[in-house]
Design a protein around this ligand. Structure first.
Ligand SMILES: [Zn+2]
Ligand SMILES: [Zn+2]
Ligand SMILES: [Zn+2]
Length: 167
């Protein structure tokens, strides 16, 4: 009677053939692992990398990049970028003065690519055409000129209404 060990065939098939028996191709497996390891580079509506957002433990900053601290409470990824290092700006208002747009402009200047991960819709009136800007919203739900806990997309008409400017 031959033992199980004696009945084993000499090792002659390649490793790839051993993988083939699982029904998975080598490329498929390697791609799957690469996909898992490749972290999506996402930027929050506050204008800072998603991974810079801290925990919600008391006293811990919510969003921090270098020396820059931002009060963002609810990380909301809106942009996928090739490089998050451009997103270190401080918000001074809506649109061009917003950290998200400042970072995006620098990224484009650096010849890197970016794509919105959400549709650009005015959070107030729902319009999708015309310029739609990120805007810092204060506790009175008005557009402010400094970093706020909340940032929303807004159209020019709603920006003007919020600021008490003529439409
Ligand atoms: Zn944020
Ligand atoms: Zn932030
Ligand atoms: Zn609007």
């Amino acid at each position: 009677m031959t033992s199980a060990l004696e009945s084993l065939q000499p090792l002659k098939s390649s490793n790839e053939n051993a993988l083939t028996l699982t029904g998975l191709s080598l490329d498929f497996v390697l791609d799957a692992h690469e996909e898992q390891q490749r972290e999506r580079k996402l930027v929050c509506i506050c204008g800072h990398p998603l991974k810079r957002h801290g925990s919600y433990a008391p006293g811990r900053p919510f969003c921090k990049s270098g020396q820059m601290w931002c009060p963002c409470v609810e990380p909301f990824p809106v942009l996928e970028v090739e490089d998050t290092r451009y997103f270190t700006w401080v918000t001074r208002g809506y649109g061009a003065k917003h950290a998200l747009i400042a970072g995006l402009a620098r990224l484009i200047q650096g010849k890197k690519v970016a794509a919105w991960t959400v549709p650009l819709i005015c959070a107030n009136c729902g319009r999708t055409d015309g310029p739609i800007f990120p805007a810092p919203i204060n506790s009175l739900m008005r557009i402010s000129d400094k970093p706020e806990k909340l940032n929303l997309f807004s159209c020019q008409v709603c920006v003007n209404d919020s600021l008490g400017l003529p439409r």
